[in-house]
Unconditional design. Structure first.
Ligand SMILES: NC(=O)C1=CN([C@@H]2O[C@H](COP(=O)(O)OP(=O)(O)OC[C@H]3O[C@@H](n4cnc5c(N)ncnc54)[C@H](O)[C@@H]3O)[C@@H](O)[C@H]2O)C=CC1
Ligand SMILES: O=C([O-])CC(=O)C(=O)O
Length: 340
């Protein structure tokens, strides 16, 4: 009896210390939006999240009240732009996801969102640099190729930049690639892995089909698939006809990335996600950020994988990508210099 009680106590202790060491606060900035709401729902369903902080310039408390009735263990709190709302949402966060900002309408490029979203992301980054400088920052707001450098410049100016903790979320590109290739091949998408590197807009999105399970894809079939992956976002923008861009698939992709970071933070090895990070791969060409498969760890970025072997066709795609990417990155850097 005594022995049984002792081992029960030990079990309780272990269970407590396991959950205590895994307490993870996650903040969503822009939580009441098209992406923010389903993303927050998926995070509420994730047992690795212990505290969910939902901030938006409007509607945060309503979304939080709604989600807080779901019978999972995490607490959910909504914050608004009052005296300390943003700071309180950020304080103590392990992960900060930023889907705040305007989405595209038909006929627009992601770069057309720059004028509105650059200052939104800059201001949220300022608040995060102050309140949660050590958090992993996951930037969803477009144009990602420019908004990620904006966050890095804001952090640098405050002396708190840690390149291992800043991520542009490009997960949706590989999610699409795996689905689209499975549709052409009649296969199960969960078995299809297609690396996508570069950035997150148009020709900066570079799918590497030669490294997929279908390396011999060629000709028109290959061109059509590559084009669909590069411009998949446009399909949704067109179908939504003025009501925005991808929200539900993006929420799934963002939740997957956050889950991967939490798994890696909690000690799982070999967690790899594609993401747009401060990267050495093309620095010699003046390109400081690049998306490639990145191994995640307790400190954020653990190891940046290079693009691997590419064929001639893919090299041409990469060359075109680098031209645009360089301009997009510089635009973000220049914006913060001119508008600190
Ligand atoms: N990285 C990616 O793969 C993807 C990125 N996106 C981008 O995500 C962004 C958001 O898209 P949606 O959710 O569809 O837009 P949305 O308009 O539905 O939601 C945006 C939310 O941000 C809020 N917001 C605006 N300014 C804010 C601020 N200063 N602080 C906090 N919240 C603020 C708004 O109140 C709104 O609730 C867009 O820039 C879109 O282009 C969209 C899909 C995929
Ligand atoms: O297309 C857009 O504007 C939104 C986005 O980034 C995507 O769906 O990949």
């Amino acid at each position: 009896m005594f022995a049984a009680r002792q081992s029960f106590n030990l079990f309780q202790k272990r269970a407590f210390s396991a959950s205590a060491s895994q307490a993870s606060k996650v903040a969503v900035l822009g939580a009441a939006g098209g992406i923010g709401q389903p993303l927050s729902l998926l995070l509420k369903l994730n047992p690795r999240v212990s505290e969910l902080a939902l901030y938006d310039i409007r509607g945060g408390p309503g979304v939080a009240a709604d989600l807080s009735h779901i019978n999972t263990n995490s607490t959910v709190t909504g914050y608004q732009p009052d005296a300390s709302g943003l700071r309180d949402a950020l304080k103590g966060s392990e992960i900060v996801l930023i889907p705040a900002g305007v989405p595209r309408k038909p006929g627009m490029t992601r770069d057309d969102l720059f004028n509105t979203n650059a200052s939104i992301v800059r201001d949220l980054a300022k608040a995060a640099a102050e309140a949660s400088p050590e958090a992993n920052v996951l930037v969803i707001s477009n144009p990602v190729n420019s908004t990620v450098p904006i966050v890095s410049e804001v952090y640098k100016a405050r002396g708190v930049y840690n390149p291992k903790r800043l991520f542009g979320v490009t997960t949706l590109d590989v999610v699409r690639a795996s689905r689209f290739i499975s549709q052409t091949q009649g296969t199960n998408p969960s078995n299809e892995k297609v690396p996508v590197v570069g950035g997150h807009s148009g020709v900066t999105i570079v799918p590497l089909l030669s490294q997929s399970g279908h390396p011999s894809l060629a000709g028109e079939a290959r061109d059509a698939l590559v084009n669909r992956i590069q411009f998949g976002g446009d399909e949704v923008v067109k179908a939504k006809d003025g009501a925005g861009s991808a929200t539900l698939s993006m929420a799934m992709a963002g939740a997957r990335f956050a889950e991967s970071l939490l798994r890696a933070a909690q000690g799982e090895k070999g967690v790899v996600e594609p993401t747009f990070v401060d990267s050495p791969l093309y620095k010699d060409q003046g390109i400081n950020f690049f998306a490639s498969p990145v191994e995640l760890g307790p400190n954020g970025v653990e190891k940046i994988n290079d693009v691997g072997a590419v064929n001639e066709y893919e090299q041409k795609l990469l060359d075109a990508c680098l031209v645009d990417l360089k301009k997009n990155i510089q635009k973000g850097v220049d914006f913060v210099k001119a508008n600190p």
